[in-house]
Ligand binder design. Structure first.
Ligand SMILES: Cc1ncc(COP(=O)(O)O)c(C=O)c1O
Length: 373
């Protein structure tokens, strides 16, 4: 069988299908923004594009108080600083490394609890058991945009005087129980990295319903400046540029189309793999999902390796999100026994999902998977 090729080594014409490809708007639309940036000669420091993007994102997501930042990692760090967290923070072992590294970077001790095998999110019952007198907060990830058990987590936080940060890097446009998922917890953090559903090349944001926290984070993102010669408090450089905001403004116009396409692709995968041995992430009820990832769970790591190899032979490159378990990072000193997270991180693979992925490519991917599981 012949496929359009970019590489040829094993005699089989290969495809070139990565796990994701960034969406790019029509070049002319971005160039128009560039031309205005040139006219204004205002490149960064809270320029008109940044302000416009923040307003448009708040409207689109139906939230208040979004601050556009350089990336999703600095967003977590600014959230930790704003809440003045110290000591132990209970968190998930199944997320991207930035969730844990940000805690360690901010001198907090990550305390890992196991996850739920169906939702891949942190298990609230185990959070409760892990609380000590040194615990100050919970940092949970809505994995692949699937809402955590936000009610149980808030209840635990309220009863124990803990703060809650949600790493909502994957949650652009997800609503839960009729409101934005970003409204839950004290602060939610977003990533607008090029690989994300909505992107600004590099970028991120913090979202909070609390006006005081918002004001504090405004200083934190701009060196603590309160005017050119006064400083309100410690700060960092978390500002993003006019060029990045311009990419966001262009991409935002296409977001409904991007989401509709992803939904169709996601549902095609689900349908075609329905009669396979694979398991799928259980999206919480009452979620208006964004179809940002398509993770599948294999029966064993060996089967996963075999599928990676067979897909690779055709130039298809799925990705192991998230491996290894974050509790095994070299800078985590304690040994944890987290059987669900260990098993999940060894057996989950995210299949290709991006705007230009063709349905026939999804059919091919599903065929190869079914032949090898
Ligand atoms: C769950 C999660 N948290 C944090 C980040 C960090 O975001 P960024 O790459 O924008 O720093 C990412 C993505 O890269 C992520 O997937």
């Amino acid at each position: 069988m012949l496929y359009p090729s970019t590489e040829k080594d094993t005699g089989v014409l290969k495809k070139n299908i990565p796990v994701t490809k960034p969406f790019l708007p029509p070049k002319e639309e971005y160039l128009e923004y560039l031309s205005k940036i040139w006219d204004r000669n205002w490149l960064t420091n809270n320029g008109p594009n940044v302000k416009d993007l923040e307003k448009k994102l708040e409207k689109h997501l139906d939230i208040q108080n979004l601050l556009f930042l350089t990336n999703g990692t600095i967003a977590i760090q600014i959230a930790i600083k704003a809440l003045e967290l110290k000591g132990e923070v209970i968190t998930t072992p199944f997320s991207y490394v930035a969730t844990t590294s940000s805690l360690v970077w901010e001198n907090c001790t990550p305390v890992f609890v196991d996850i739920d095998p169906g939702t891949f999110n942190v298990n609230p019952e185990l959070i409760e058991k892990a609380i000590t007198k040194n615990t100050t907060a919970i940092l949970a990830t809505h994995v692949f945009g699937n809402p955590c058990d936000v009610e149980a987590i808030q209840d635990i936080a309220n009863r124990n005087g803990l703060k809650v940060i949600y790493d909502a890097a994957h949650c652009f446009g997800v609503n839960y129980k009729g409101m934005s998922l970003l409204e839950y917890g004290d602060i939610s953090t977003l990533s607008f990295h090029a690989t994300k559903l909505f992107h600004t090349v590099e970028g991120g944001a913090v979202v909070t319903a609390n006006k005081e926290l918002q004001a504090k984070m405004l200083y934190l993102r701009n060196f603590g400046h309160d005017g050119p010669e006064r400083f309100a408090n410690l700060g960092v450089n978390g500002k993003n540029s006019e060029f990045h905001a311009a990419m966001g403004l262009c991409n935002l116009k296409y977001i409904d189309d991007i989401k509709a396409k992803r939904k169709e692709q996601y549902q095609t995968y689900l349908e075609l793999l329905q009669d396979s041995n694979l398991k799928f992430q259980q999206i919480r009820n009452e979620t208006d999902y964004n179809f940002s990832y398509f993770p599948v769970v294999f029966e064993s790591e060996n089967i996963l390796f075999k599928v990676i190899e067979k897909l690779g032979e055709m130039g298809i490159k799925p990705r192991r999100y998230f491996y290894p378990s974050l509790a095994k990072l070299p800078y985590v000193e304690k040994n944890y026994d987290l059987p669900v997270a260990d098993k999940t991180s060894k057996s989950v693979l995210c299949l290709p999902l991006y705007h230009k992925l063709e349905l026939e490519d999804i059919e091919l991917i599903c065929r190869i998977i079914k032949q090898n599981t």
